[in-house]
Design a protein around this ligand. Sequence first.
Ligand code: SAH
Ligand code: SF4
Ligand code: F3S
Length: 443
Amino acid sequence: MTLKTIPHVHIETFGCQMNESDSELVRSMLKREGFVFTEDRERADVVLVNTCAIRENAHKKIYAHLSELKALKQQRPLVVGILGCMAQNLKSELAEHEPLVDVLAGPDSYRQLPSLLTNALAVQEQGLSQKGFALDLSEYETYEGIMPDRNSGVNAWITVMRGCDNFCSFCVVPYTRGRERSRDPESILREARDASAKGFRQITLLGQNVNSYRHEAWDFARLIAAVADTAGIDRVRFTSPHPKDFPAALIDTIATHPRACKHIHLPLQAGSDRILELMGRTYTGAEYLALVDRIRATIPDVVLTTDIICGFCSESEEDFQVTQRLVEQAQLDSAYIFKYSERKHTIAARKYADDIPDRIKGLRVAQLVELQRSITLKRNRRYIGKNVEILVERDATRSSTQAMGKTDGNITVVWDKKTGDVGPGALITKHIVDASAATLYGA
Ligand code: SAH
Ligand code: SF4
Ligand code: F3S
């Protein structure tokens, strides 16, 4: 490096777990080149923002954040780099209309970050301004050979596939993360062993379409089993799968492997077949319910969670009622419920009118949230009086006199700490004495 001082970098991450995992890769690549990371934004020479583009409010959050950085940059020299999905999707807006931005890099371009940042810093030392952009989506990039610099905790993310080829009509991800590609299983297993050796007890396998993982003779079922066989790893989770790829072998592996968590996030998106078709989801409401039944028949104590979008293009009151009925029938354990938000470049933005008023979208979200809350509460109350195994994570958010951890099904449990308690990373059994729609309480 030809810079006068060692540059300090601060990174802030928005969006999904894939972004968390990518930020760990970025940290690793930059540290290797002599950059130093700081938690303190005020001390940083470089601020990186890893962005999300999934809904308009994700954009809004990031724009608000960028105006804070603008104020900081007026006070002193600072290089600002925008990474992630919004960088990829809004390149021209960000590049042309944001004098603040020095470096833009999309999810497949992070190997170029050390040189882009070094250039930006060198140019700034000379009192000049020059932008550096790297936004090519690659068909091959899987960041092979780079061991992530992981955040501490009990869980290690491992990205096993990148990109998405599903092109659900509402979704921006295929445009921000490019084509689907799976990593070599050997390098995934090496990462799992490394994570175990560093003290992580749980691994979460990540991909936008994780169950379509395929590498030569390896499919996703085989991969889960192999990762779950890693010595020292107590739990393996994965997110997010698509309902279209659930062969019996995958369900059987989750059912039978003692360290594969009995939790499946199964995005529904909508209940009405007409809307599902417009969304390009490739299943009907009845097929989704049949899959739920098939999973429950093989894994009786499974925890099922979902994502639902309200107010997609042309969604009528009847369509919405079908979604409500399906939610009632399915009795899933919990759901993330979103207002439809039109995204640039997507099939829906090009072909269908975003014609449901925001007020109606909001009403439908509120109704569905209320319905699911009552189902979640009922589901959670089933645990009262039972003993559950918990992986201890940390102090509870609300009070440091309490600790928190997760059940195998990924439900949060909170309990009062006692002297002599085991710490994070331990598996313990607690008796559940109460439950809300968000939390179980252990004694
Ligand atoms: N790959 C994952 C989803 C990633 S996005 C999967 O297929 O499950 C997470 C969730 O955001 C989606 O499941 C969907 O419910 C929601 N979402 C995606 N695009 C959206 C949009 N344009 N408006 C509102 N919600 C959206
Ligand atoms: Fe988006 Fe659909 Fe791909 Fe999920 S499967 S990332 S919703 S296009
Ligand atoms: Fe957001 Fe990109 Fe993830 S759009 S949800 S950060 S894949």
